[in-house]
Design a protein around this ligand. Structure first.
Ligand SMILES: O=C(O)C(=O)C[C@]1(C(=O)O)C=C[C@@H](O)C=C1
Length: 289
């Protein structure tokens, strides 16, 4: 009969396995770091000033979630990769995250730390306007603004209407689920590099007169909308997020049929479709918006 292995040597073996895996993960991360100089040269990052590529990141996050299984919680895996990618972006071209605290300091701080870690500089702003102005004055900085109607913020997206203005380039979290640890819906605003844009969902600024609950419910099935009152026109300024299959005209026609008149529209950005996964990390489901 074989003698049972003493527990301490079983533990020593397991720790040796962990050390081997840790050393390999660290080596691979350092190897990932070695391609930074080539990435900067190929992407000509010094000209555009920004290495951020949201379409590529959304694709990477979807594949990460799709292949993930096992004991490690999805929250942990997602956060590790977010920090790796955000830090690699920063190493290619330093940037600062300007976060609007209008939805509360704690929730926004969680969004920033979960998605960008602790190496990327983080500056807080009381209101969207300050965060957007900081990005407009920079080359490659990001603004994080809650994707919600917050009375103090007004129609912040109108600052993105001009051709040369920064635009919405992403929506966080990349992977949505109930009880996401940093789940505050958040728009990311930046000066987009031309090859960087993800346009599955387009975001449009719309000014309407005659806005009311009837018009809001007429367009609710068609697109996600954030509204801010526009007293001058007895109407509203809207930020409309159009899912891939939805034409802006569908939404404008529905608004007119419900009694509103549309004053003007302007494209203010685009982002990848939202992905929703079940809490247990089941396969991701694209929700279109
Ligand atoms: O693929 C790129 O363009 C990269 O710069 C690499 C990388 C990454 O670290 O994976 C970093 C920044 C981009 O936003 C996307 C991905």
């Amino acid at each position: 009969m074989t003698k049972p292995t003493p527990p301490f040597s079983a533990l020593a073996q397991l720790r040796a396995d962990i050390d081997r895996i840790d050393a390999e993960m660290h080596r691979l991360l350092m190897e990932r770091g070695e391609i930074i100089d080539r990435l900067v040269a190929v992407k000509q990052t010094s000209e555009s000033g920004s290495a951020f590529r949201p379409a590529r990141e959304a694709d990477m996050m979807r594949r990460l979630v799709a292949r993930h299984h096992g004991r490690l919680p999805l929250d942990t895996v997602e956060s590790i990769w977010r920090v790796i990618i955000a830090t690699f972006t920063w190493v290619q071209a330093p940037y600062t995250v300007h976060a609007d605290l209008s939805a509360g300091e704690a929730v926004m701080r969680d969004v920033v730390r979960f998605h960008f870690g602790f190496t990327v500089p983080f500056v807080t702003h009381v209101g969207a306007a300050g965060a957007l102005a900081a990005v407009a004055a920079s080359k490659g900085d990001l603004a994080l603004v809650p994707a919600a109607s917050l009375s103090g913020n007004g129609a912040w997206w109108t600052a993105l209407e001009a051709a040369g203005a920064p635009k919405i380039i992403a929506r966080l979290p990349f992977v949505e689920r109930a009880d996401h640890p940093a789940g505050l819906p958040t728009f990311v605003v930046a000066r987009p590099a031309l090859d960087a844009v993800a346009n599955e969902v387009t975001t449009v600024s719309v000014r309407v007169a005659g806005w009311g609950p009837q018009v809001a419910s007429a367009i609710a099935p068609l697109a996600d909308t954030i509204a801010a009152p526009d007293r001058a026109l007895d109407g509203a300024m809207l930020l409309v997020s159009l899912p891939p299959e939805r034409a802006l005209d569908d939404v404008l026609v529905a608004m007119r049929q419900a009694g509103a008149s549309v004053r003007n529209t302007a494209l203010v950005g685009g982002h990848a479709s939202r992905y929703t996964v079940a809490r247990d990390g089941a396969q991701p489901v694209p929700v279109g918006r």
